[in-house]
Design a protein around this ligand. Structure first.
Ligand code: BG6
Length: 369
């Protein structure tokens, strides 16, 4: 059942091209129009939405943070992302025009379920993005968009994460289609780019030897930092979470722009820092800003491990190690940049002799508050 892999986690990392492909499958017509009748929610309700709140925990919450960038950009609807267990204790502002998007692999996370119930009591509609057919959260939600990642067995989430981002992007494009925020040609182009993601993930998987070797060489690390900006910020946090969960190493993800406001004080000789570098093709100056962050930490002795887009030679001068991901539009990059970080954490934990499928103290779905 592990398909020849040493662990479910390794198998699930390798399942990711399929998880993304299956989540896309059958949801766009040949004309490039999205068909999400399966949502079974009155489209006029979705048209009236003036705020989205994503509720989730753990890795699923990071999927929500990635989706915020895309949905706000495409739909011009404000998106808040909140940990389910914080949400209902802060007197949140929710009404009939608020769409709650509950993201949960298992559909059974009690914190998220309670937050969903609370939001419904306040009159909000709830759309669940879920990987488990017929589980509690999608049953109680007003609408469901299933991720088709297949069963995820390893406690630490991998393929569900990429499938959640994919599904949330489909939702964003659908809202943009309904509300007329994007032209149909734009939606068609983005769907075509999404369609190319599985093969690009496969290319990263086929070329994993170097990152695995690096992981084995770093098994004594006591702390690893991750920096990212824009959509790379939640990717950095997810990379750090994987390392905490699997290898029990202190790890933190930071927004690269925040470096000078605090985290740079942590940098000392030999401190490993992963940097997720935005595409140099982006129409903003973020690439240059993150490259200068790499210079700053390198000058203070950091050991820099860079994830960058193929062809980005500017990073080479300051990076001890560079791992390239295939070219893709900026908003889709998390579907690629996350993969080397998953492989790194899985391999490092394995090198330390830990059970990557059943990390200590964790459960696959937490059904208590
Ligand atoms: C945690 C799991 O307890 O729950 C994480 O260990 C997961 O892997 C989180 O991301 C949220 O779970 P779910 O099922 O609601 O996505």
């Amino acid at each position: 059942e592990k398909g020849g892999f040493a662990s479910f986690m390794e198998k699930e990392i390798n399942d990711q091209p399929e998880a993304v492909a299956q989540t896309l499958l059958g949801r766009a017509g040949l004309d490039g129009k999205l068909e999400l009748d399966e949502l079974r929610i009155d489209p006029s309700l979705l048209k009236a939405v003036d705020k989205i709140i994503v509720l989730a925990c753990g890795t699923s919450a990071y999927a929500g943070q990635v989706a915020k960038y895309a949905i706000e950009h495409w739909c011009r609807i404000p998106v808040e992302v909140e940990l389910s267990h914080e949400f209902r204790y802060r007197d949140p502002i929710v009404d009939a025009n608020t769409l709650i998007v509950a993201i949960s692999q298992s559909g059974e996370t009690m914190d998220t379920l309670m937050a969903v119930r609370y939001a419904q009591e306040q009159g909000a509609k709830v759309l669940a993005i879920c990987n488990t057919n017929g589980s509690t959260i999608p049953r109680e939600a007003d609408a469901v968009l299933y991720t088709h990642a297949g069963p995820e067995i390893a406690v630490a989430s991998t393929k569900a994460f990429l499938a959640q981002i994919t599904a949330a992007y489909l939702l964003g494009l659908y809202l943009a289609q309904l509300r007329g925020n994007l032209f149909s040609g734009q939606i068609r182009d983005i769907l075509a780019d999404l369609g190319k993601v599985p093969a690009k993930i496969q290319a990263i998987l086929d070329d994993a030897d170097r990152i695995k070797k690096l992981a084995r060489s770093m098994s004594d690390a006591r702390s690893v930092l991750f920096l990212g900006r824009h959509v790379g910020f939640p990717v950095a946090m997810e990379g750090a979470l994987k390392l905490k969960e699997l290898a029990y190493i202190h790890a933190e993800g930071f927004a690269a722009g925040e470096l000078k406001h605090g985290p740079i004080a942590l940098i000392e000789e030999g401190q490993p820092v992963f940097v997720i570098v935005p595409s140099p093709r982006g129409r903003n100056s973020l690439h240059a800003k993150v490259v200068s962050n790499i210079q700053e930490i390198r000058a203070r002795g950091a050991k820099t491990v860079v994830i960058a887009e193929e062809g980005d030679t500017a990073v080479q001068a300051y990076a001890e190690h560079v791992f390239y991901i295939p070219e893709t539009p900026v908003l889709l990059a998390p579907l690629l940049a996350t993969v080397p970080l998953q492989i790194f954490a899985c391999e490092l934990a394995t090198a330390k002799g830990y059970d990557v499928d059943q990390p200590r103290n964790l459960a696959k779905s937490v059904t208590v508050e």
